[in-house]
Design a protein. Structure first.
Length: 625
């Protein structure tokens, strides 16, 4: 083992650094960077509603410009070559709409060349096509027919068979597209030269007659009601910036004035999601405040910070106050359970998810042993998580059993990732880790047995697991291994040993691990030319769970974690393949600290930061799923 005092000093420095970043209300507000696609959509939307905050728009445009590659393209991740077509086309359009860049600018000419060489507007993601169409720059085509909103929930294929995030994007798009609406924008750039093999200019759609077919009128009204019913108190749609952009256009299409309070509130909240990078505004798709606060509080406690420390007290109180206590769309597929989940963002009050809930339950666990109110919240959260297990044994992200195979056959880009909410290895593994280490569940429980079977069946031939919400095979493998070990699967089990071998074969010479976002696109592990701290922490945490004593490979990885200060900006959070990846500014604080703490606690010859029995208590009396 590496010298104990050195490890402790490293842990203490990281703890102090995290504590300094906490806000007075107990939360951590760190950027969840989605790249410039959301920035680009925001400029399009602000110009559409004639919102003239020029300082704000100039800042966003300038930030977009600073992210352009030397070859003229914009990338989702550093090693993407030559760039990302959807992001590049959207950024190009946004910079022109901002009014601060011209087609004749050298950087814009280079971008134009890249867009054409990568396939033109014809090949951008349908979300970007929808934004261009809403501005009259591309022909409308609908991914989902509007009449699906009228089908009953019991119908074999209905609107609520789509994932929650697909529904809140499709609903406004269905309105805009069916009405073939476009917003007339002053000085709107002509993009027809970027449409390959299209000799005619994109037509400007005329307003449709006021008379509409009764069923069509009913469907449009139902879609509008669906949207308005899911507005958050801050005015956003489900607290997603991307869904809110389309909502604004859909309301304009339905006759709302740009000065309507609903639209104005949405614009104000969109602007409030901005974080400041290099002195410039940068729009987040959804701030990760609950996620970050839960994981940072948990990591501090794993590192030995007392549950009575003011930092922990404030974070727990903050988290308790954001537990969701009302039923929402998740209850359509799971009606007979008391609410108790947490969402991703501070202003998310309608869309809890399993990962944020288990992260929060880890963070409030120790306090729940001392406070009946906190224990009540913890127990409700635990019961909600158990009830959300899919029939196949795994856990989804947001809603139970939203994995209709008919949906998976629809001709929609990223249909399985975007339109379904099926069980995933990362959600299932992380839930098992929570249930095993914090709720006393073991491989002898029926709930756990179903999850173990699901995970084992999904292991790749090379020993890894695909992770849906992180990059990517390292993320999924870390979640699966730590989850299986937490519920009592032997480290000698062939599943564990196969994963262990895979991790060791991809360790880099510097002791770390690094995986490209390209893995998510081709569905096969792709190595980065360098290691990243977060992915190294995931790999090491997996190996620490497997090995009873520190190996040379583990020690080498720990040395890398303590010495490395490079490559901290590579996105390791996943959204949708070839569309969105996230650089969480919290991750390099959270996961290396967790791994260092677990290393010290397991291999420190009894000199532990925390006692194992504090974590592994008997489970409370809870309902069965």
């Amino acid at each position: 083992m590496i010298e104990k005092n050195r490890i402790l000093n490293e842990i203490q420095q990281r703890v102090n650094n995290i504590k300094k970043k906490q806000f007075v209300n107990g939360a951590w507000y760190l950027c969840c960077d989605p790249g410039v696609l959301v920035d680009s959509f925001s400029i399009m939307t602000l110009r559409a509603v004639e919102h003239y905050d020029e300082k704000f728009i100039h800042d966003i445009a300038e930030y977009i410009y600073t992210q352009q590659d030397d070859n003229g393209a914009w990338k989702l991740y550093e090693d993407e070559y030559p760039g990302n077509l959807t992001t590049t086309a959207s950024a190009y359009n946004a910079l022109l709409l901002s009014g601060y860049f011209k087609k004749t600018d050298s950087n814009m000419k280079k971008a134009e060349k890249q867009i054409i060489s990568m396939g033109g507007l014809n090949n951008v993601h349908f979300l970007a096509k929808a934004m261009f169409s809403a501005n009259g720059q591309y022909r409308w085509s609908l991914p989902v027919p509007i009449y699906t909103i009228l089908l009953p929930h019991q119908f074999p294929l209905n609107f609520f068979d789509l994932s929650c995030y697909a529904r809140v994007h499709f609903a406004p798009m269905m309105i805009i597209g069916n009405l073939k609406y476009h917003k007339k924008i002053e000085s709107k750039p002509d993009l027809s030269h970027l449409i390959i093999n299209n000799k005619r200019k994109v037509p400007l759609f005329k307003h449709l007659p006021t008379y509409l077919h009764p069923i069509r009128k009913r469907a449009l009204k139902k879609l509008e009601e669906f949207i308005l019913d899911r507005l958050e108190p801050d005015g956003t749609l489900y607290n997603y910036s991307s869904a809110t952009f389309f909502m604004i256009y859909s309301l304009l299409a339905r006759g709302y004035d740009k000065s309507d309070s609903i639209i104005c509130d949405a614009i104000s909240s969109l602007k409030a999601t901005s974080c400041h990078l290099n002195g410039l505004n940068h729009i987040q798709n959804a701030p990760s405040t609950i996620w970050d606060t839960a994981l940072l509080s948990y990591s501090l406690q794993e590192a030995g910070v007392s549950s009575s420390d003011p930092v922990i007290n404030k974070s727990v109180n903050y988290l308790i106050n954001h537990q969701q206590t009302q039923k929402s769309d998740w209850a359509i597929h799971n009606p007979n359970i008391t609410p108790g989940g947490w969402g991703f963002s501070e202003d998310n009050t309608k869309n809890p998810d399993i990962d944020d809930t288990t992260a929060t339950l880890r963070a409030i666990y120790l306090k729940s042993k001392l406070n009946s109110k906190i224990y009540n919240s913890w127990e409700k959260g635990l019961n909600w998580v158990l009830s959300m297990q899919n029939d196949d044994g795994g856990w989804p992200a947001f809603e139970k059993n939203v994995d209709n195979t008919l949906i998976g056959m629809l001709p929609i880009q990223n249909v399985k990732e975007g339109a379904l909410d099926a069980s995933t290895a990362d959600l299932t593994g992380r839930t098992l880790e929570f249930l095993g280490n914090y709720a006393g569940y073991t491989k002898g429980d029926l709930t756990i047995q179903k999850a173990i079977r699901w995970l084992k069946k999904r292991q790749e031939k090379d020993g890894s697991w695909y992770g849906r919400w992180g990059v990517c095979y390292l993320y999924g493998t870390w979640a699966a291994i730590t989850g299986l070990c937490a519920v009592g699967i032997s480290i000698d089990d062939s599943t564990i040993q196969k994963a262990n071998k895979w991790l060791l074969t991809i360790q880099k010479k510097d002791g770390g691990w690094g995986e490209s976002c390209s893995s998510d696109i081709i569905r096969k592990y792709v190595s980065l030319p360098y290691s990243t701290p977060t992915q190294t922490a995931w790999a090491l945490d997996s190996l620490i769970a497997i090995h009873d004593s520190p190996t040379d490979e583990i020690n080498k990885g720990i040395q890398f974690l303590m010495n490395n200060t490079k490559n901290i900006n590579y996105p390791t959070g996943a959204g949708f393949p070839d569309l969105t990846y996230f650089h969480y500014h919290s991750y390099n604080d959270i996961f290396p600290l967790l791994t260092l703490s677990h290393y010290y606690n397991k291999y420190g010859s009894g000199a532990r930061i925390i006692l194992p029995e504090t974590i592994r208590s008997a489970r409370p009396s809870v309902i069965s799923p």
